[in-house]
Design a protein. Structure first.
Length: 404
C-alpha cells in the first residue's frame, strides 16, 4: 500500500526536480559564456560552486536530517532553489547581472540541493520495501536520464525563443512543481530519531560506518574518482560546443541532450544487468565508459559534432547503471537509523571531487587552449576526464568476492 500511495507522487516530484536541475544547469553556464563572455576559468568555477555545497554542508545535513521530518525539508529546499534562480531575471531588470552574481545563485541553489538530495534518498526506503529498492531507484534514474535528454534541448529552446534571463526564469519553474508534488505524498515516514548525541558524534558515526564497511568504502572511493573525471568533462563540454564547434544555444542543448539517449538505455538495463550477471560484474562493466572517451580525438577530424554525439551516447550508458546499483546497495546495507548520515557521508565524499574536477578541467582547458589551440586543448581535457571516470571501475574489479 505504501508504494502505491507514496511512490507515484515522490517519483513525479523527483522527475520535476531533475528537469529543473538540467534546465538551470544548462541555462546558467550558457548565459555566462554567450551573454557575459565568461572565461574558461570562470566557467570552471561556476561549474564547481554548485557541488561545493556537499563538502561544506553534506555531513551536517545528514546528521541533522535524522531528527527532522524529511518531506518538509524537501519542500523548503525546492522553494529556495526556485527563489535563487528567479533572482537573476529580477537583477537583469536593474542591469546588475554578472558572473559573480551567477556564482552566488549557483552556490545557494547547490546548498538547497544538498538537503533535498539527502532527504530524498533517506525518504525512499520509507516508501518501498528493501526488495523493491533497485526497481525504485531504476525508475528514478530513468527520470534523471530522461531529464538529461529533454532538459538541455528545452533549455536551449527557451533561451533562444525568449531572452536569456526570461528563459532562466522559465527553467526554474519545475522546482515549484516538485515542491507541490511533495505536499501530496501521504505515506507516513518513520518518526525522526530523538536527539541523543551531539552533532559531531552523529557525523563521526556515519563516516565510521562507511569507512569500516569494506564494500561501502570501496564503492565510495570508486565513485569519488568517477565524479572527478565527470567534473572535468562537464566543465569544458559546453566551451568546446560553443567556442570550437560554433554551436548556438539551441544546437548546444540538442548536442548535450543527444548524449542522454545512452543514459536512458543505462537506466533501463541496470536492474536486469544486476540481476543477470551480479553486482560486481555490472559495476566492472561500467568501465567501458573509459574506452568511449578514448575516441574523443576523432572530434578533431571530420564531422566533429557527429563524433561527439556518438561518443556521448556510448559513454553515457554507464553512469546510470553505476548509480542505480551503488545507491541500492548502500540503502540495503545501511540500518534505518543511519540512513541520513550514511547517505550524507557517501554523497559528500563522492560529490566533493566534482568541483575539484571542474576547476581542474577549466584551468587545464585554459592553459592547453593557450598553448595548443582551443580545439586540441579542450579535446585533451575531455579525453582525460572521461578516462578517469571510466577507470574508477578498476577499484571494483580488484575487490574480493567477500567484499562485493
Amino acid at each position: 500500500m505504501r508504494a502505491r500511495t507514496g511512490l507515484p507522487w515522490y517519483w513525479g516530484s523527483q522527475t520535476a526536480s531533475f528537469v529543473g536541475d538540467r534546465l538551470t544547469g544548462f541555462a546558467v553556464p550558457t548565459i555566462a559564456i554567450l551573454t557575459l563572455d565568461a572565461s574558461e576559468a570562470q566557467v570552471g568555477v561556476l561549474a564547481a560552486l554548485g557541488w561545493f555545497a556537499y563538502p561544506a554542508l553534506g555531513l551536517v545535513a545528514g546528521a541533522a536530517l535524522a531528527h527532522v521530518p524529511r518531506r518538509r525539508v524537501m519542500i523548503a529546499g525546492e522553494l529556495l532553489r526556485f527563489a535563487a534562480f528567479a533572482s537573476v531575471p529580477l537583477a537583469a531588470l536593474a542591469g546588475w547581472v554578472s558572473v559573480p552574481q551567477l556564482c552566488v545563485v549557483v552556490a545557494v541553489a547547490g546548498a538547497a540541493m544538498v538537503f533535498v538530495d539527502i532527504a530524498g534518498q533517506s525518504y525512499l526506503p520509507a516508501l518501498v520495501g528493501s526488495r523493491d529498492l533497485v526497481g525504485a531507484n531504476a525508475k528514478l534514474q530513468s527520470s534523471d536520464s530522461l531529464s538529461k535528454l529533454v532538459g538541455p534541448a528545452l533549455g536551449g529552446l527557451l533561451l533562444r525563443t525568449t531572452s536569456p534571463y526570461a528563459g532562466l526564469l522559465l527553467c526554474a519553474f519545475p522546482f515549484l512543481a516538485s515542491a507541490f508534488g511533495r505536499t501530496r505524498i501521504q505515506t507516513v515516514e518513520p518518526p525522526p530519531e530523538p536527539i541523543r548525541e551531539p552533532l559531531p558524534h552523529r557525523i563521526r558515526t556515519g563516516f565510521t560506518f562507511v569507512w569500516q564497511h569494506p564494500l561501502l568504502r570501496r564503492l565510495v572511493c570508486a565513485a569519488a574518482i568517477r565524479s572527478f573525471g565527470s567534473g572535468m568533462v562537464d566543465a569544458v563540454l559546453l566551451l568546446f560546443a560553443y567556442r570550437v564547434l560554433g554551436l548556438s544555444s539551441l544546437a548546444g542543448g540538442l548536442l548535450i541532450a543527444a548524449g542522454s539517449v545512452g543514459g536512458l538505455l543505462g537506466a533501463f538495463v541496470a536492474n536486469r544487468l544486476a540481476t543477470t550477471i551480479g553486482v560486481r560484474r555490472t559495476l566492472v562493466l561500467t568501465g567501458v565508459e573509459a574506452l568511449c572517451w578514448l575516441a574523443v580525438p576523432l572530434c578533431l577530424l571530420s564531422a566533429p559534432a557527429l563524433a561527439l554525439v556518438l561518443i556521448r551516447i556510448c559513454a553515457s550508458v554507464w553512469l546510470p547503471v553505476w548509480n542505480v546499483v551503488t545507491t541500492s546497495v548502500r540503502q540495503e546495507v545501511t540500518p534505518a537509523a543511519l540512513q541520513s548520515t550514511v547517505h550524507a557521508t557517501a554523497r559528500t565524499l563522492t560529490s566533493s571531487t566534482v568541483p575539484l574536477g571542474a576547476i581542474t578541467g577549466g584551468l587545464t582547458g585554459g592553459v592547453l587552449s593557450a598553448q595548443l589551440g582551443a580545439a586540441t586543448g579542450l579535446v585533451l581535457v575531455l579525453a582525460t576526464g572521461g578516462v578517469i571516470a571510466g577507470a574508477s571501475a578498476l577499484l571494483v574489479a580488484t575487490a574480493t568476492h567477500q567484499e562485493v
